[in-house]
Write a protein that binds this ligand. Structure first.
Ligand SMILES: NC(=O)c1ccc[n+]([C@@H]2O[C@H](COP(=O)([O-])OP(=O)(O)OC[C@H]3O[C@@H](n4cnc5c(N)ncnc54)[C@H](O)[C@@H]3O)[C@@H](O)[C@H]2O)c1
Length: 434
């Protein structure tokens, strides 16, 4: 089938590449010319394991194309997925201006039936606004449908998630839209074994916000428990293990640390709180999830202050700038909280990340970046671990001690074993392990 994807970011590019991988003919459109130029030159605008191979293979097979023209995108296919950003607005609500712009342009140029699919994360009832916009801006009296198809992929494992999803949720209100989406996902469901779930559009839209907020809640829950563990002399890793063995609870997302970040959880929790408020429900539970997340970072900052006493002129090695391993995405990453605060306190910062350095440099070009962890921690007074990159654990405690000026580690991801670190002479602080 022919498919147009508008927005060639983490979601749009991965979705487009994976649709072409299962045999569809896909045109990815983005208004960022530099991005499209890179893709046409076989260069990836983002780091995502396995993406480059899938893109190269399908471009070579003639199934994956790139364009900056939404007019071309509108003409290309009957089904148009909208995968542009929905960043947080000033009061936490989702900024839907990119979505609206795309819908308007498609409406102005479509001259036969089109199915507009919301792939971007949007608040419930956005489809109603999309329909109104199409009716207002279309120049010809053509039939159309709007559907919701929220995306659940995780950066770092996006290709696998897109090709083998647990579930594909689609919100539809016409048989035609349902059949088109079924046909698109049929090869993925057949190969990957996920479940294709059809529901109302509003329910599908809400499923995305409800899912992400639930996962954020799980993280804040275990972070709250980690604080009690510290006060009570327990170990949050052991508690999480004990809890996670219960299948009703599950082990995933019970990982205490410096809190959640990334381009989705913070903004989706904000948007859900805002949306609930707008609908007349005060979502106190999620407000607390947010507060716990913020407090967790402050708490780790406090550990640094306590350990160093004076931060001024101390050399601090920051290990990990991405919001999680296997991605170069630094949006809402813990590093964006710690770096400005530590700089303000007068620390000399040395930064390391295997893939996110370029993105971080765009925000802080004047800082010192290292491609080798060893060089980064050399002569440091403290090492602060913010992303659980495997390279950090692989370096080994002994090597840290040899290289650092003082063997002090604040581990925001509980990578090391506290007993081993202390046996090796470290002042070692982690999360929720007394
Ligand atoms: N990143 C994730 O892990 C993830 C997972 C699930 C859902 N989502 C949701 O998917 C959506 C996209 O997220 P992302 O991380 O891929 O964003 P992104 O910022 O990486 O990509 C968005 C792309 O849209 C393009 N764009 C903006 N306006 C456009 C226009 N008018 N015409 C053409 N292109 C335009 C931008 O240039 C950009 O390349 C968001 O709503 C997000 O919440 C993201």
């Amino acid at each position: 089938m022919k498919i147009t994807i508008v927005g060639t970011g983490y979601v749009g590019l991965v979705t487009g590449a994976c649709f072409s991988e299962v045999g569809h003919d896909v045109l990815c459109v983005d208004n960022n010319e530099q991005k499209i130029q890179m893709l046409r030159n076989n260069r990836m605008p983002i780091y995502e394991p396995g993406l480059e191979d899938v893109v190269a293979r399908n471009v070579a097979a003639g199934r994956l194309h790139f364009s900056t023209s939404l007019i071309e995108g509108t003409d290309f296919a009957e089904v148009i997925f909208i995968a542009v950003g929905t960043p947080p607005g000033t009061t936490g609500e989702a900024d839907l201006s990119y979505v609206e712009q795309v819908v308007r342009e498609v409406a102005e140029h479509m001259d036969s039936y089109r199915l507009l699919v919301e792939k971007s994360t949007v608040p419930v009832n956005t489809a109603e606004q999309i329909k109104r916009t199409v009716l207002r801006y279309s120049r010809k009296d053509v039939a159309f449908d709007v559907a919701s198809n929220p995306e659940f992929l995780r950066e770092g494992t996006a290709i696998e998630d897109a090709l083998k999803p647990d579930r594909v949720v689609v919100g539809v209100e016409s048989e035609r839209a349902a059949q088109l989406l079924k046909a698109i996902y049929e090869p993925i469901i057949t190969r990957g074994g996920g479940v294709f779930v059809e529901m109302s559009i509003a329910s599908a839209e809400l499923t995305k916000h409800a899912s992400n907020s639930f996962l954020a809640m799980k993280i804040s829950y275990i972070n709250a428990v980690s604080r009690i563990c510290e006060l009570a002399g327990a170990d949050v890793e052991q508690v999480a293990h004990g809890m996670g063995l219960d299948r009703r609870i599950g082990r995933q997302f019970l990982k205490a640390g410096v809190g959640y970040g990334g381009s989705c959880f913070p903004k989706d929790v904000d948007a859900f709180v805002h949306l609930a408020d707008h609908l007349g429900y005060d979502f106190d539970l999620l407000k607390d999830v947010r507060l716990i997340n913020e407090a967790q970072r402050d708490h780790v900052m406090q550990k640094i202050r306590q350990e160093l006493w004076v931060i001024q002129d101390k050399t601090i090695a920051i290990l990990g700038l991405a919001f999680k391993p296997c991605t170069d995405d630094v949006r809402e990453a813990a590093s964006l909280y710690f770096v400005p605060r530590l700089r303000e306190a007068g620390a000399r910062l040395k930064l390391w990340d295997p893939v996110a350095t370029d993105n971080f440099k765009k925000l802080f070009p004047e800082l010192s970046y290292f491609t080798s962890i060893e060089e980064c921690v050399r002569e440091a007074d403290l090492a602060l671990i913010l992303t659980e990159w495997s390279q950090v654990a692989e370096l080994g405690a002994g090597r840290f001690r040899e290289l650092m000026r003082c063997p002090v580690v604040v581990d925001g991801r509980n990578i090391f074993d506290p007993n081993e670190m202390r046996a090796n002479g470290f002042a070692y602080h982690s999360v929720g392990r007394a």
